[in-house]
Structure formats: C-alpha cells, structure tokens
Design a protein. Structure first.
Length: 151
C-alpha cells in the first residue's frame, strides 16, 4: 500500500507541475534542472531489482517515443519578458504533447500485453522529457543561463 500512495502523490504532483507550465512562470533552476533530477530519483526509487526482461523492451520504446516530444516541448515553450520579468510559458501544444505521450505509453503497454502501470518507466520518461526540454530551451534562448545566474 505505501508504494501505491507514493505513486498517487507523485503522479498528482506531476499533473500540477505540467498544468503550471502553461501559465507564465519565472525560469528557475528548480524547473529546469532539479525536476528532471527528481524524475530520475523517482525512477530509481521505484525500479525493481532485477528489472523484468519484458519491462526493458517497453522502457526502450517509451524512451524512444519521449525524445521527439521532449524536443517539441522545448519549441512549444517560449521565453519572454513581461512586466520587467523574464517568464517561460508553454502553449496548448505543450499540454497536448503530454497527453499524446501518455496515450502512446498506454498503446505500447496494450500492444506488448503489459498488464500494469510501471511507475519507474513513467518517471524515467518524465525525467527525459523535462531534461531534454531544458536543453532545447537553453539552445533556443542563450540568455536563459544569464537569467538563471542572476537568481
């Protein structure tokens, strides 16, 4: 039961963080660096030892699907100045991309006859998407590093 509670709380926090991405928010190290690391920690914390062989295949496919969506999310998020403050804001495509990622995750699970939600796979996808999104944002907006350094 504690793992189920941990999963529910983790997914709930994840949903809140995603929804907040479509509102103008000041760029912070938390959002750009720490959230991907928390995703990796969550994946490691829920990783079974040893990993069942059938989960390795689904994880590789899920990660492969996540990478292009992470790059797209970096392009769906813009950095701009509002009332003298720099802000990041995703658009409607950012939200849709998350819905598509999770829908594809479900399709992969059905096609590969996976009967349960695998938390560590989802956490790894989140870490990859948020991490690569941060990389794309830094490449698109070189001033982002200077903005973060001032905080």
């Amino acid at each position: 039961m504690p793992n189920l509670l941990y999963d529910i709380v983790g997914l709930g926090l994840f949903v809140v963080v995603i929804i907040r991405q479509v509102t103008p928010r000041r760029p912070t190290r938390l959002r750009l660096y720490i959230l991907p690391l928390l995703g990796l920690y969550w994946a490691y914390h829920t990783l079974p030892h040893p990993v069942p062989p059938e989960q390795i295949g689904t994880t590789l496919i899920s990660v492969g699907v996540s990478i292009p969506f992470a790059i797209m999310q970096g392009y769906f998020t813009r950095l701009y100045e509002k009332a003298g403050q720099w802000v990041l804001q995703g658009d409607w495509r950012y939200l849709v991309s998350w819905l598509v990622i999770f829908a594809l995750h479900g399709v992969i699970a059905v096609v590969l006859h996976q009967t349960m939600v695998i938390t560590w796979e989802i956490a790894l996808e989140i870490a990859i998407v948020w991490g690569l999104r941060s990389v794309v944002l830094h490449l698109r907006y070189p001033q982002l590093s200077r903005i973060l350094a001032k905080r």
